[in-house]
Design a protein around this ligand. Structure first.
Ligand SMILES: [Zn+2]
Length: 265
């Protein structure tokens, strides 16, 4: 198997770099097309306000933010659908860093302007020195199952007909396992027995850190809240509804569970 490129997070600052790749993100999260991997352009001059993201295919990669919006630039979601799965990390990082950079131009404590730290991914207040790092919001995402059936639900935000796994933010002071049991109870009224960790994904819309689990239901009656969830049901693996895009961790949970059943059968 050929090694796929990864974002090596070794580059700490963008000063004095005269030759690098850059990814340009606009104020609405659109990304302009580039020559390498669809989204990386060649930079032939120093870019004083660029942010170092790391190394990609042995070359430094910088993020440059465009203050305007360019409706013709494809959105981050469109790029994720178009590009191979290995580009996910690069796109996710660029979108989250650009989002953070835009949202921390002023100090959250004293309101004075911030400046970028020289060597760290941090915005520092010019007055009180408070530092703001890129935010990651931890969330649980879980595939609830009972026997061979999958509990899938849809939010009013989803495309018509699409169902997915359950997800929610972890609240302050709460463990991931507690958040999982609480969210499932709140959203569909189902009690959870055993849980098993699957894997994680840093999801850039806007900055959710998804911790994925398989969860076994010990009750079957579904009571939806009608707000976050507008429909939920138990599905047989052979009769699944429309699902999230391949690459999303919700889809990986579903595919892994269904493939496991296929092997057992
Ligand atoms: Zn301040």
């Amino acid at each position: 198997m050929v090694d796929q490129p990864r974002l090596e997070r070794t580059l700490k600052h963008a000063r004095h770099l005269e030759k690098a790749r850059h990814i340009r993100v606009d104020a609405a999260g659109g990304i302009v097309a580039g020559e390498v991997d669809g989204i990386l352009g060649e930079l032939r001059y120093p870019l004083p306000h660029a942010i170092a993201l790391g190394q990609w295919r042995g070359e430094p990669v910088l993020l440059s933010l465009d203050e305007a919006t360019h409706p013709e630039w494809p959105s981050g979601r469109e790029w994720l659908n178009q590009l191979p799965e290995y580009a996910f990390e690069l796109i996710s990082t660029a979108l989250q860093v650009s989002h953070w950079r835009r949202d921390h131009r002023f100090c959250g404590r004293c309101g004075k302007p911030t400046q970028q730290h020289r060597n760290e991914l941090a915005m520092v207040c010019s007055n009180c020195r408070l530092r703001a790092y890129p935010r990651q919001s931890p969330c649980i995402i879980t595939l609830v199952s009972h026997g061979r059936q999958l509990l899938l639900a849809r939010s009013p935000r989803f495309k018509q007909g699409r169902f997915s796994t359950l997800a929610g933010f972890i609240e302050p002071g709460e463990s991931a396992e507690q958040a999982l049991r609480r969210e499932v109870m709140e959203e569909v009224g189902v009690e959870i027995g055993r849980v098993r960790y699957f894997k994680s994904q840093s999801w850039p819309f806007p900055h959710s850190f998804m911790l994925a689990f398989f969860a076994e239901a010990v009750s079957r009656d579904i009571h939806i809240d009608g707000v976050e969830i507008e429909a939920a049901d138990w599905f047989e693996p052979e009769q699944l509804p429309a699902l999230p895009a391949v690459g999303a961790i919700s889809r990986q949970l579903i595919d892994t569970f269904v493939n496991g059943i296929a092997i057992q059968d």
